[in-house]
Design a protein around this ligand. Structure first.
Ligand code: NAP
Ligand code: MG
Length: 402
């Protein structure tokens, strides 16, 4: 069989630890035998980020802007322990944070549902898609320690040099202080991405912030969403029979748990980070969650929602077989290949992405799965296999459909 041809390269961002091992397995067994893969490769593994003073992360983000589609492996965000472990020059920032800051945009995360795995929340019947604002707030913050006796103030200097100041706190004892920002442009882009996505999949859109406590910052998010909805999307929503609904974040959390799913929940950056882990886990597993960053100018970056699965990696280094679930990483590849196919008008490549996803789901529904899913699946004659065996089983199913 002739391999499927591509026109434009994908931006391929390799990563760390167990997911780096899965990454090469997925390429070797599921992609390269069938697709003449064109990719521009960036090694975002921590040693190479350190070697390049993190320039490679910025270059990768710029490449996504150039080509339009990227696929990223999970990467380590260093903490003090990682600085020691990898003998790093410094505690480099989160690569995802860096890429999001360059691309801007919104991250949409949705669970991959398979027969036999039922959500922990018994009322959930349909997927809940989490739309996470991917710019600013705590991910682009400035923070300091404030020694006893110091005064912290917020100061904004306008273009003519006039200062507006407010007191944050007079520190009697030692403390901490943080500054963060967002922009009307980014919040507007977030709002439009969410309204469009809701119209695309004909699902209600919920949005939540803490505007009762944050009367200027969070309130600005609420106002921008309301204004854009009224002026640009209300008529289309009414015609599509879907609704836009704003509520406080704590009220949203309670309603989400009582709901039956089937809607999009838009959250600010931090809320989205935390809530997507909760929603993914309650739907089955973090390893069964797709994630795509959509930038306002139409660039797409696909990844898995989970991390580098460090505990499994240490076992792998000890020579043990691991049963790490590659599904979310496979779906990152299929998502990126499908989008590349759409942009370059390559129906064969799009069909390949569909078949790769179907082969993956069929494998699990056929009873072959990684061990994290064994305890969750209710199907009979299920069999827990290691990662390599699982990839081989998918490859076999995939080859049959091609
Ligand atoms: P994690 O890698 O997501 O793993 C947490 C635990 O969840 C694992 O120990 C494992 O549980 C389970 N798990 C997650 N993904 C799995 C999979 N595919 N298959 C099977 N089990 C899976 O989170 P973490 O341990 O907090 O973080 C590890 C590293 O990842 C950190 O250095 C962090 O900076 C990085 N990280 C990167 C990203 C990203 O690049 N997008 C996101 C989050 C974290 P058991 O051990 O119980 O089997
Ligand atoms: Mg997270």
């Amino acid at each position: 069989m002739a391999k499927i041809q591509m026109k434009t390269p994908l931006v391929e961002m390799d990563g760390d630890e167990m997911t780096r091992v899965l990454w090469s397995g997925i390429k070797e067994k599921l992609i390269c035998p069938f697709v003449d893969l064109k990719s521009e490769y960036y090694d975002l593994g921590l040693p190479h980020r350190d070697e390049t003073d993190d320039q490679v992360t910025k270059d990768a983000a710029e490449a996504i802007k150039k080509y339009g589609v990227g696929v990223k492996c999970a990467t380590i965000t260093p903490n003090a322990q990682r600085v020691e472990e990898y003998k790093l020059k410094q505690m480099w920032k989160s690569p995802n944070g860096t890429i999001r800051a360059i691309l801007d945009g919104t991250v949409f995360r949705a669970p991959i549902l398979v027969n036999g795995i039922h959500p922990t929340v018994s009322t959930w019947k349909k997927p809940i898609t989490l739309a996470r604002h991917a710019y600013g707030d705590i991910y682009k913050n400035t923070e300091m320690r404030a020694p006893a006796g110091s005064r912290a103030e917020l100061c904004v200097t306008d273009k003519d040099g006039n200062e507006t100041r407010t007191l944050i706190h007079d520190f009697a004892g030692d403390g901490i202080v943080m500054g963060m920002h967002n922009t009307d442009a980014s919040i507007s882009g977030f709002a439009r991405a969410c309204f469009r996505f809701a119209l695309d999949c004909k699902q209600d859109l919920w949005f939540s912030t803490k505007d009762t406590i944050s009367k200027i910052y969070d309130h600005r998010f609420k106002d921008i969403f309301a204004e854009i909805y009224e002026n640009e999307f209300k008529a289309a929503f009414e015609e599509a029979g879907i609704t836009y609904f704003y509520t406080l974040i704590d009220d949203a959390v309670a309603r989400v748990i009582r709901s039956e799913g089937g809607f999009i929940w838009a959250c600010k950056n931090y809320d989205g980070d935390v809530m997507s882990d909760m929603v993914a886990t309650a739907f089955g597993s973090l390893a069964m969650m797709t994630s795509v960053l959509v930038s306002p100018d139409g660039n797409y970056e696909y990844e898995a929602a989970h991390g580098t699965v460090t505990r499994h990696y240490y076992r792998y280094l000890n020579g043990e077989q691991t049963s790490t679930n590659p599904v979310a990483t496979i779906f990152a590849w299929s998502g990126a290949l499908r989008k590349r196919g759409e942009m370059d008008d390559l129906p064969e490549l799009q069909a390949f992405a569909d078949k790769l996803e179907k082969a993956t789901i069929d494998t699990i529904e056929g009873g072959v799965m990684t061990k994290d899913l064994i305890g969750l699946s209710t199907i009979e004659n299920k069999r827990g296999v290691n990662s390599d065996e699982f990839l081989d089983a998918i490859a076999e199913n995939l080859a049959k459909t091609l």
